[in-house]
Design a protein around this ligand. Structure first.
Ligand code: KMH
Ligand code: ZN
Length: 272
C-alpha cells in the first residue's frame, strides 16, 4: 500500500477561538500550528487565511504573509490554499491567493446547504471557471466533494475536458447540509471514483477519526484539523492541530501504513 498522506486543515473560515482557543488567526499562530502539524506527520497544510481578529480573508497579501511564515519553519511542507474561502465570497475573491502560484489548491465541486441559512455556491460554471484558473497556473487541484453528485459533476466535466487529470478527490463528509460520513457513504463515494484517481477523506466532527481509520485501511489518504473537528475525544477539546495529526499517525501505525513526507506525497498524487 502507498504511504499515507496526512493533510492538516489548521484554520478554516468558520471555526473560531470561541469554539477552541487553539484555532490560529495570526501569521505567527498559523506558522506555529502548521509547523507542529508538519512535525507530527502532516505533509499538506490546508490553509484559510484569517486577519488577526479572526475574520476570514482571501486576500493574496495576507496569504503571502502567512505562507512565508509557514515556509520559514517548514520549507518542505505543501501549502494547499483554499479557493472555497467563506460562504458569500465572490468567485474572484475566492481565487485571490492563486496569484501566488501555490503548489496546490482546493476546487469545490458543487453547491450545498452549509448549516443554518447558508448556501455554499459552486455552480457548474463556477467549477469550470475555477478549474481553468488553476490549470492555467499549473496549480494541483484537490477536488472537494461534499456528496455523490459532486463526484458525478467532476466526472462529467472531466469527460468534456474542463477538469483534467490527475484527479485527486477529497470527500468532505458530515457537513450540515451535505452527505454524512457513515461506512456506507464512504464506500459509495470511494467506489464512484475512477480506479486511477486518488482520494482523501475529511470527516467533520465525530466522523473525523472513523473516516480516517477507513481510509487508512482502504489505501486512501486523510485530512484532519481544527477546521473540521475541534475535539480530540468526545467532549474534550483538541489542544492543537498537531494532536489531531498525532492521533492519525497512531492509527496508521496500528494498520501498518507508513506516513508520506511532502516529497513522497507529491509523487503519490502525481504532482510532478
Ligand atoms: N469554508 C467553506 C465554505 C475549501 O476550503 O475549499 C468552504 C471550504 C472549502 O472550506
Ligand atoms: Zn477549507
Amino acid at each position: 500500500m502507498k504511504k499515507l498522506i496526512i493533510t492538516c486543515a489548521i484554520s478554516g473560515a468558520e471555526v473560531t477561538k470561541e469554539h477552541n482557543s487553539a484555532v490560529p488567526y495570526t501569521a505567527e499562530e498559523m506558522a506555529q500550528s502548521a509547523y507542529r502539524a508538519y512535525l507530527a506527520g502532516a505533509s499538506i497544510i490546508h490553509l484559510h487565511a484569517r486577519y488577526d481578529d479572526g475574520t476570514p480573508t482571501q486576500d493574496a497579501k495576507r496569504y503571502e504573509e502567512i505562507i512565508q511564515a509557514i515556509k520559514a519553519l517548514a520549507p518542505e511542507v505543501i501549502v494547499q490554499v483554499s479557493t472555497g474561502g467563506a460562504v458569500g465570497m465572490t468567485r474572484d475573491e475566492r481565487l485571490g491567493p492563486i496569484v501566488l502560484n501555490p503548489r496546490m489548491a482546493t476546487l469545490d465541486c458543487g453547491t450545498l446547504n452549509f448549516g443554518g441559512d447558508e448556501i455554499f455556491i459552486n455552480t457548474e460554471n463556477d467549477i469550470k471557471y475555477f478549474s481553468k484558473a488553476l490549470e492555467e497556473r499549473k496549480i494541483f487541484k484537490e477536488l472537494e466533494c461534499f456528496e455523490k453528485g459532486h463526484i458525478d459533476m467532476v466526472l462529467r466535466l472531466a469527460k468534456r475536458g474542463f477538469i483534467n487529470p490527475p484527479l485527486h478527490f477529497s470527500f468532505v463528509l458530515g457537513v450540515n447540509g451535505g452527505m454524512m460520513g457513515e461506512l456506507r457513504d464512504f464506500l459509495f463515494l470511494r467506489d464512484s471514483i475512477p480506479s486511477d484517481a486518488t482520494y482523501s477523506v475529511a470527516g467533520i466532527g465525530r466522523y473525523e477519526l472513523t473516516l480516517a481509520a477507513l481510509a487508512i485501511i482502504d489505501g486512501g489518504h486523510v485530512r484532519v484539523g481544527l477546521e473540521d473537528n475541534i475535539y480530540i475525544e468526545k467532549g474534550k477539546l483538541a489542544p492543537s492541530n498537531a494532536a489531531l495529526v498525532e492521533k492519525v499517525v497512531k492509527l496508521a501505525k496500528i494498520y501498518n501504513r507508513e506516513i508520506a513526507t511532502p516529497e513522497e506525497a507529491k509523487k503519490i498524487l502525481g504532482m510532478e
